[in-house]
Write a protein that binds this ligand. Structure first.
Ligand SMILES: [Zn+2]
Length: 90
């Protein structure tokens, strides 16, 4: 299936084809690259993507993408809404 733009539905990120193909969660934590933030979905009994992040030599702990670097879709604000609910508006 071709997906030209990332989609966020109910807090899950469905990556566009380019982001999907550049993501490689088979690497270990010590390596560089683009990773998916995977969380278990207990209802569907599978892993789902909540977001994507990149790890480099300089940013060894990684940085979350606010937007898809390939299609430009906002793939980070659903995570911030969650934090805002927890911390309050001020
Ligand atoms: Zn994308």
């Amino acid at each position: 299936m071709n997906r030209f733009k990332c989609e966020v539905q109910h807090g899950k990120v469905f990556p566009c084809d380019t982001l999907d193909k550049t993501t490689d969660n088979t690497h270990t934590r010590s390596e560089k690259g683009i990773f998916a933030l995977l969380v278990p979905d207990l209802v569907l009994d599978k892993w789902i993507s909540k977001g994507f992040w990149v790890k480099t030599d300089y940013y060894t702990k990684g940085i979350m993408f606010n937007f898809c670097p390939f299609c430009g879709t906002d793939i980070g604000s659903h995570l911030k809404i969650k934090a805002k609910e927890v911390l309050g508006d001020d």
